[in-house]
Design a protein around this ligand. Sequence first.
Ligand code: ZN
Length: 479
Amino acid sequence: MPSKDRTPSPSLDSFPAWCSPSAGPSLNTNTKTKTKTKTPPPHICAKINAQVAANPALGRPDFDFANHVRSRAYTIQTFEFEDGGESAVLLDTGVERLLPPAFAPPYAPFRTGTGPGPGPGNGTFVIGDAGENGLGMFAARDIPSGALILAEHPLIVAPYLMGISVRLADVYAELFRRLSPESRHDLMALANSRPVGECGALEAVVRTNALGIQLRVPDVEYPEIATHRAVFVNTSRCNHSCGPNARWEWDTHTFALYLSAVRPIMHGEEITIQYIACTAPRDERRAALEALYGFTCRCAYCTLSPDATEKSDAARVWLGEFWGSLPPFEAWCLERGTLTSPSTPSDEDRSENGEPEPEPEPETDPRIRAHLTALRLIKHEQLHVLDPERHVDEIAMCFGALGDREMFRAWTRRVRDAKVGVVGVCSGGAGAEGEGAEWEGEGKGARGEVFRKWLERPESFPTWGWKVGFRDEREEEEE
Ligand SMILES: [Zn+2]
């Protein structure tokens, strides 16, 4: 990958762990070493406090690093997983206590690999040439929306903020030493976008490729302490797009990351994730990517004409503010007559990209209209990462509250259908050919089941007819 490659994790590189070259408790290399912390010098605390306070992703002006590190202790160890994976980790002893005694196997029935073409454990993606973006991840078959692309364990995990007086490079060196030769090779093959001489090669690779995972740290005041750097062999290869077709989630119970498609991905298409929130206007997105990852985004959504950019910016900002500006559903249900919803941006020229959403009837409630507009804009901006299902869910619920049997059924059916295959798993398994592999629905089935019940008997929907006063009538009957 070229030097312009970037870290697939928001803001992770904007402040370092506290480390001091002075002698302190050294990292003992025995398994499960406990490392006592001591209070860092005031000028180090002040510097880190200022960096945390200034980080827009954290927004914690009251952060007190000295208070955090005073009572912390860490363990360094290697996790070996049943599926053959391994992780070298440096964890707060509190985090370690919260981890399950044994990790469940990952949901995916295969272990992912990096070899070319479909093959053992490598059915859904390949790592290949992504042009000026260096290497990238590509679909090795058609992948339906919601399907799992890969599950993988991190090779290295370390807290983002830690208070031990050893050099960060020594921490990473010790973690590296604990990995198998194969894992070490995979790790060092990853991109390095740090300026030459800034830090050692290993630290540079970790800082370039780490994703920010959350591991809860007990007995701390600041939730941001939960952020850990985690390096993944495959997901770290995913390039950024402002209209990504995939997203990742971290699961502590399996100590694994799950990468899944947010819309259908065609065989051969590059698999992309977002490094920053893509609801910001184009110039802000580009500035953030430049600052955090050192590259200028040239994705399809950053290279539109000035006119189209203006519309795209307005749509993205509106989508980004949508849920925050929407009154709670229950309040809307009970607020008969007064119809409130976010005002919608211009819908002109919105139908050129794919099938437009069905036009609502003119008298449709503004809340439903707002959701329909959101669905249209998500499709237009390719922002499926914003979870269009959530809008479909709510449209069905709105029609339920309005007691509109026909529309409630129509949208509930859509919800039910969308749940099939969601978080699907490729059952082809190791060595399966691209063709004929089946995708099985899994994970969100329980929610789909609820909708199935409502479909059969709309009146069983909890807020059925509330918006039009059925609830009051029911209460009167009861009296
Ligand atoms: Zn872009």
